[in-house]
Design a protein around this ligand. Structure first.
Ligand SMILES: *[C@@H]1O[C@H](CO)[C@@H](O)[C@H](O)[C@H]1NC(C)=O
Ligand SMILES: *[C@@H]1O[C@H](CO)[C@@H](O)[C@H](O)[C@H]1NC(C)=O
Ligand SMILES: *[C@@H]1O[C@H](CO)[C@@H](O)[C@H](O)[C@H]1NC(C)=O
Ligand SMILES: *[C@@H]1O[C@H](CO)[C@@H](O)[C@H](O)[C@H]1NC(C)=O
Ligand SMILES: *[C@@H]1O[C@H](CO)[C@@H](O)[C@H](O)[C@H]1NC(C)=O
Ligand SMILES: *[C@@H]1O[C@H](CO)[C@@H](O)[C@H](O)[C@H]1NC(C)=O
Length: 667
């Protein structure tokens, strides 16, 4: 936490936000590259002194409650944004989504402010975790007011700041600020992010601080005066030199400095990190603000004792020089700034920034998937508790109803939104979840046609659209996938969906399907339970309804019978994705094909349903469809009429329960 890091050479000045700066009041406008949210605020307003407009949480988060801090904690000098907060008593993870115009692969300063202020009158400071996108940022547990700040290169167009309840109190946040750093190089690491530990305007004139508008990036420079160091300042304006233009450190920060007492005394900055594993990066800002006589130049080394870092600096009048350390670590970190013998002048320091490096071990979900799933969430107004932040990562917070691959990046591979009150068309974003394997939208109120694009999902193996109000015909491409044994599809309970192929307009007279006793009828009548027949007769108007899959639970064949029919599985006539097909002969001489579900196939019941539906989908006019199936706990078989020349149904595979069906078109 920013406030508590100890840097032994000095103590940090009061937090920004405690003290007001004196900037003329100017009409506010939206500042390009800035997002400023006063969490818990009820209306938009402008902080006149800093000319920054604060918005409410609206549009940034869809959970939490607005709260006021206790009156006794309100202080006049505090920023307005600290007077209220947003607390999150309900969900485990709550995320603000920031959408900066500049989008991904840009560097942003992100600052989150916290001031507990006994808002819940429990007098108990909560502790909770803060995440930046999918990665841990820090743990917040202070009375405050305090803030956490990072320099972060966004991997995605949207940035999420998440508060995670770790079981130690209700998370809350007072304000959230984002500033785009338009020169990218200056705070960009090869990996990880910079976590702010201090930003000091050395020798600053007052106990005030400098931020926007003087600092175009709204960095907050706290004044620091080291005891025993000499004050220096200049009235001159310090313009950025070409070399260091990018840093845009305000002239007000650079025009004051401190030096050591004399040329033989170094300046030392030392502190004890909370862990010796912590990696620190220090930004030193130097400008010569004294006119040295006789062409003398200030020259000094900036170094760490053990040579982890060393650099020589020569200054020219009013020309800023920036020295950025390499990442350094240790149980005690001490930088010394020491005059070289050439100079003779004491070393100076105008400003300094301290950062630790935060790791980003977790890779966020693929952006296309994130966009698609957020679109789905928005379209169907999905309000599930866990649907916040990254859909897959961290894996303990994967959204309810999703499964993801462990890849780099992780992808969404299954989505189960059955009985989720989805209303409307099947949204096209579903077809953009391109690694989807298992999609279950059953038992909703989905209407409209089934989009053909679903067939373009290369890995889609299960598609459950049952229990909706879909209309139209089943797209050819999906049927083909079913026939190819690459997709198991459930469409039951869509009473207005046309399953026939080709889809015939509903003219009841000529597309009626009824059970017909065919040449093999004798056999079937023996095996058929009378109930099945009665049911089928009743069902004649809509024999194509896939609802019948739910009722095919009569028992005709035993495994022994199947074995006998196939002469102990003597002749294989085909092999599909799910098992082998054997030739068999019924007692009356009818040749049948018997498909046995292979033991290695785990799809059992799902497959069964798909098969039955498939039969109905692919049934051709005038073609006698005939099949039965058999299953006990160990064996699953599907039996159907054997067409010597082959037909679509050779693709069929196993089923769970023994039953028989016999029907044909009346055409
Ligand atoms: C991100 O930006 C940096 C610097 O602007 C550039 O070097 C890098 O190639 C970019 N990376 C991607 C993935 O666009
Ligand atoms: C800084 O820039 C201003 C305006 O461009 C100029 O008037 C001034 O002389 C410059 N100062 C220095 C020290 O270069
Ligand atoms: C520089 O200051 C130190 C500390 O006050 C003192 O001990 C030393 O004698 C001084 N050196 C010179 C050359 O004045
Ligand atoms: C300055 O000179 C002294 C002796 O001449 C030497 O010991 C010391 O290391 C030099 N300091 C630097 C910073 O070069
Ligand atoms: C995710 O995978 C687990 C384990 O395989 C399974 O139990 C669960 O049903 C799956 N969830 C979804 C939404 O597919
Ligand atoms: C499809 O969903 C329904 C309702 O949720 C369920 O009863 C059925 O078993 C599912 N079908 C498959 C093949 O998983």
């Amino acid at each position: 936490m920013t406030m508590e890091r100890s840097i032994t050479a000095f103590s940090f000045a009061l937090l920004a936000g405690l003290v007001s700066s004196l900037v003329p009041v100017v009409q506010a406008q939206q500042i390009p590259g800035f997002i400023s949210i006063d969490c818990g605020a009820t209306n938009v307003y402008t902080e006149d002194e800093i000319r920054i407009r604060y918005e409410t949480d609206e549009g940034f988060i869809d959970s939490g409650q607005n709260k006021q801090i206790s009156m006794t904690f309100i202080h006049e000098g505090y920023r307005q944004c600290l007077n209220n907060l947003r607390s999150f008593p309900n969900r485990k993870r709550n995320c603000y989504t920031l959408k900066p115009d500049q989008g991904k692969n840009n560097t942003y300063l992100i600052r989150a402010r916290f001031y507990y202020g006994n808002y819940d009158e429990k007098n108990q400071i909560p502790s909770f975790d803060l995440y930046i996108d999918v990665n841990y940022w820090t743990t917040v547990n202070y009375l405050g007011p305090g803030y956490e700040e990072i320099m972060y290169v966004s991997p995605a167009d949207d940035i999420q700041v998440c508060l995670v309840n770790t079981g130690n109190g209700v998370p809350f946040i007072s304000a959230l600020e984002l500033r785009h750093i338009d020169d990218d190089g200056i705070y960009r690491l090869r990996s990880g992010f910079l976590e702010h530990a201090g930003r000091l305007d050395i020798g600053g004139a007052s106990d005030s601080f400098i931020r926007y508008p003087k600092d175009v990036y709204d960095r907050i420079w706290e004044t620091e005066d080291y005891a025993g160091w000499i004050f220096l300042d200049t009235p001159s304006i310090i313009n950025s030199s070409d070399d260091n233009d990018a840093y845009k450190v305000p002239s007000e920060v650079l025009r004051t400095a401190q030096s050591s007492i004399n040329g033989s005394t170094p300046l030392r900055l030392g502190w004890t990190p909370s862990s010796s594993a912590e990696k620190w990066i220090v930004y030193f800002y130097f400008v010569e603000i004294e006119r040295l006589t006789n062409g003398l130049q200030r020259e000094f080394t900036v170094s760490m004792k053990n040579n982890q870092f060393m650099e020589i600096v020569s200054l020219e009048y009013l020309k800023p020089v920036v020295v950025v350390s390499t990442p350094v670590s240790g149980s005690l970190i001490t930088f010394s700034i020491e005059s070289t013998n050439k100079s003779g002048n004491p070393p100076i320091l105008n400003a300094v920034e301290f950062y630790t490096i935060g790791d980003l071990p977790n890779v966020p979900t693929a952006q296309d998937d994130v966009k698609a799933i957020n679109d789905i969430k928005a379209t169907y107004h999905i309000q599930k508790e866990s649907w916040q932040g990254d859909p897959c990562i961290p894996s303990i917070y994967t959204w309810d109803g999703l499964n993801c691959s462990n890849g780099n990046p992780p992808r969404i591979i299954s989505l189960k939104l059955s009985s989720s009150n989805l209303v409307g068309d099947i949204v096209s974003s579903l077809s953009r979840l391109s690694t989807m394997e298992d999609l279950d939208l059953s038992n909703n109120k989905l209407t409209g046609a089934i989009p053909e694009t679903l067939a373009e999902l290369p890995n889609l193996r299960f598609l459950n659209l049952s229990g909706n109000n879909l209309i139209g015909s089943v797209p050819k491409a999906l049927k083909k996938r079913v026939l190819d044994n690459t997709l198991i599809m459930s469409l039951a309970g869509n009473t207005n969906l046309c399953l026939a192929d080709p889809c015939v307009q509903k003219k009841k007279q000529n597309s009626i399907l009824v059970p017909v006793v065919t040449s093999v009828s004798g056999f079937f009548l023996v095996l058929f339970g009378a109930l099945a027949i009665v049911w089928l007769m009743k069902r004649k108007r809509k024999a194509e309804s896939s609802e019948m899959t739910l009722r095919l639970k009569n028992r005709p064949f035993t495994y022994g019978e199947v074995s006998r029919i196939t002469r102990n599985f003597g002749r294989v006539i085909g092999e599909g994705g799910f098992g082998k097909v054997y030739l068999g002969t019924l007692d009356d001489g009818t040749m049948v094909a018997v498909k046995i579900l292979s033991k290695s196939s785990k799809q059992g019941y799902k497959e069964f349903q798909a098969e039955v539906q498939l039969l109905m989908i692919v049934r051709h006019e005038n073609l006698v469809s005939l099949f039965g199936y058999c299953g006990d706990s160990k064996h699953i078989a599907l039996i159907y009429e054997y067409m010597v020349n082959g037909n679509l149904r050779q693709h069929l595979s196993g089923a769970y329960l023994c039953s028989f069906l016999l029907f044909s078109s009346l055409k």
